[in-house]
Write a protein that binds this ligand. Structure first.
Ligand code: KG4
Ligand code: ZN
Length: 347
């Protein structure tokens, strides 16, 4: 039997994504981002994102079908991100997917966004070699909307949330710190660029939830609001005393603090649980220092590190379609059409 042809829709944050896969092969992965519309607010505005999805979804869907060279008649199933994410944004995708399912008679699978990020690793795309995935793996998913550490024993049956951020997502912290340093949105790439010229040891910013007393309750959780506030105070004091702010040093030191915690906790999870694999996902994986430190610490600890291509790490429809295809192959029944968008859907 040929592998299932599945169309996936992703609208959990600011990317409208429609992907089409045949099993684990990407036939189309089209993304329309409303990032630029959020720039003047310094962060994703939920209402703006939802409206942008509404406008972008039709054309994105059309383009994906054209690129893949298929029509609805060829598809075996539809998949859509049911959560977690921004509720208005999710509702646009879920509503559209239900409409399509009703109109075409195709089965529809509601997919967890985080599981989608994990599935990015099984995809074969243009220029991406065949990827044999082994489980269990630890997955560290870091973006502007989430910062989660997962234990994956099986993609569709056994994904366990080990920990997550208790306040800001790491990407959100990058964006906020960039803003207070006068750098444009999105701030992650800007901080990454500026940090190249800075000294990461210049300022010791706090590492959230790493004190022994915090580890007892939050071993695999993250907190980035403390480091953000520490940077704000540090910069303020400098400015108040009339000194120039060493932006490159602040950026490098901040980036180091965040990356140190992210990889520190991810590698600790691998060690504690005896899992010699680490998968990275989410937009913050673009960070040069994240990649460096991950490569270094994983090599030291004998952990196999997997980083999908960036086009599959950031939010996209192909990763959602990939989960749908797995569910079809496993003979799972589709979701009932009365499922809703759930902004805090658990894995
Ligand atoms: O996964 P993603 O594209 O989408 C959403 O979160 O919706 O992630 C975007 C986030 C933003 O917060 C952005 O600042 C951050 O990822 N980001 C980075 C870098 N590139 C993007 N953060 C740190 N370093 C980077 N190079
Ligand atoms: Zn995401």
């Amino acid at each position: 039997a040929t592998e299932p042809l599945v169309l996936g829709i992703e609208t959990s944050c600011d990317e409208t994504g429609v992907g089409i896969v045949r099993g684990t092969t990407v036939l189309a992965n089209v993304i329309s981002s409303s990032m630029a519309e959020h720039a003047r607010f310094g962060g994703v505005v939920p209402e703006v994102a939802a409206r942008a999805h509404l406008e972008a979804l039709g054309p994105t869907l059309q383009t994906a079908l054209e690129r893949a060279g298929v029509g609805f008649d060829d598809l075996d199933a539809l998949a859509v991100t049911a959560g977690p994410g921004l509720s208005g944004a999710l509702m646009v995708g879920v509503g559209a997917a239900k409409g399509l399912a009703t109109a075409t008679g195709l089965p529809l699978y509601g997919v967890n966004h985080l599981v989608g990020h994990v599935a990015a690793d099984i995809l074969h795309d243009e220029g991406v070699e065949g990827r044999d995935v082994e489980y269990p793996t630890i997955a560290l998913l870091v973006s502007g909307g989430h910062t989660s550490l997962l234990l994956v024993r099986d993609l569709i049956d056994d994904v366990e949330l080990l920990g997550e951020t208790i306040d800001d997502a790491a990407g959100e912290a990058f964006d906020k710190v960039a803003r207070l340093l006068g750098l444009p949105y999105p701030g992650g790439p800007e901080i990454d660029r500026v940090a190249r010229e800075g000294d990461p040891t210049a300022i010791r910013f706090p590492r959230g939830l790493t004190k022994p007393s915090d580890l007892a309750r939050h071993r695999y959780d993250f907190s980035f609001s403390g480091v953000k506030t520490a940077v704000a105070r540090w910069v303020e004091q400098r400015a108040d005393s009339g000194e120039t702010v060493p932006v490159a040093d602040v950026a490098a030191s901040f980036r180091e603090a965040v990356v140190d915690v992210l990889l520190g906790k991810a590698v600790a999870a691998c060690r504690d649980l005896g899992v010699p694999r680490l998968l990275l996902g989410g937009g913050v994986v673009a960070n040069a220092r994240v990649r460096e430190v991950a490569a270094h610490r994983c090599a030291d600890a004998g952990i196999a590190l997997r980083i999908p291509p960036l086009s599959l790490c950031t939010d996209n429809g192909a990763m959602i379609a990939a989960v749908g295809a797995r569910l079809v192959s496993a003979g799972r029944p589709p979701s009932r059409l009365d499922f809703g968008a759930d902004s805090s859907l658990p894995v």
